[in-house]
Design a protein around this ligand. Sequence first.
Ligand SMILES: CC(C)(COP(=O)(O)OP(=O)(O)OC[C@H]1O[C@@H](n2cnc3c(N)ncnc32)[C@H](O)[C@@H]1OP(=O)(O)O)[C@@H](O)C(=O)NCCC(=O)NCCS
Length: 283
Amino acid sequence: MAPDPISPDTARRSTWDDGCTVWHLVDRSDLSVVQESLAAGSATRTHAHDRSREYFHVLSGRAVVAVGPRTTEVTAGSGIEIPPRVRHQIRNETDEELLLLVVSAPKVTSGRHAHRARPLRRDYGGVVVGSYLRPTRPGDLDTVVEIESAQDTGQWLGEGGREWHEQVLQAPDKEHWVLVDRLDRVVAFGILAALDRPDEVELRRMVVAPEGRGQGLGRLLLRQLLEHAAGRPHVRRVWLDVGADNARARSLYRAFGFVEREAPPGAILLENGLYMEWCPDGR
Ligand SMILES: CC(C)(COP(=O)(O)OP(=O)(O)OC[C@H]1O[C@@H](n2cnc3c(N)ncnc32)[C@H](O)[C@@H]1OP(=O)(O)O)[C@@H](O)C(=O)NCCC(=O)NCCS
């Protein structure tokens, strides 16, 4: 009987946090055939294989392939052969997806094509694609505290530290959220507070890991936190306070429709804090 046809629809699939996807069409030790999608702006690491010979065939898009000292452009319908022990790198320098068929014999064992963990340019989605918000677990707190104590971070925030976060996790009037990528790595976190009040929510804190900034994660985190806040039945306003000199954060909040207002009596703000408020549509 003839074997079943193989296609990306039926093949095992791996996805990588830099927006690349691999479909394992033939996955044997003596031969590997994968279809690989490299997101716009992404690249593999420069690497070589001890024993494997590889052939990259461009199905769609345009690849820039560095082979040893030479760099060649390979367009759809053409391919390039890479002998063993020759250093090479595949780059997608376009704004479109690059789709490749990659044949290796024997199968590459050393960490496939080792995609480079460099931030993608902001328009390309990068780590933003596939990241989602989930409740923080105690096991996330090491990373949360690490993010918070990174450079260019703590000065924009009020109190923090592990104990403070542990208390937030326990507090019935607060919600602690992490934004995780597809591999469940914490890339940002946010805290909603004042949830015991009937009609308001305080956005107590939001922080993106420094290496993830400038790629749209802050926007994604804020959108999802606001969705949670606005999903509560009687919420009429979400408020926060932000350092007057925190230009990045202020510009992000303004872009979402937060407006600066005089703080209501009793609100406790950062030393140079500005009070900002956002109202869910139609309320
Ligand atoms: C503020 C913060 C959460 C933004 O996260 P981010 O992932 O870098 O932001 P994004 O890439 O999603 O950008 C969203 C918006 O923020 C603003 N922004 C981001 N970086 C900026 C910069 N360097 N300068 C000015 N505005 C900037 C812009 O309005 C941007 O929108 P745009 O891309 O349409 O111009 C992040 O910088 C951070 O964690 N800072 C330290 C902690 C902090 O200040 N938290 C807020 C406390 S109130």
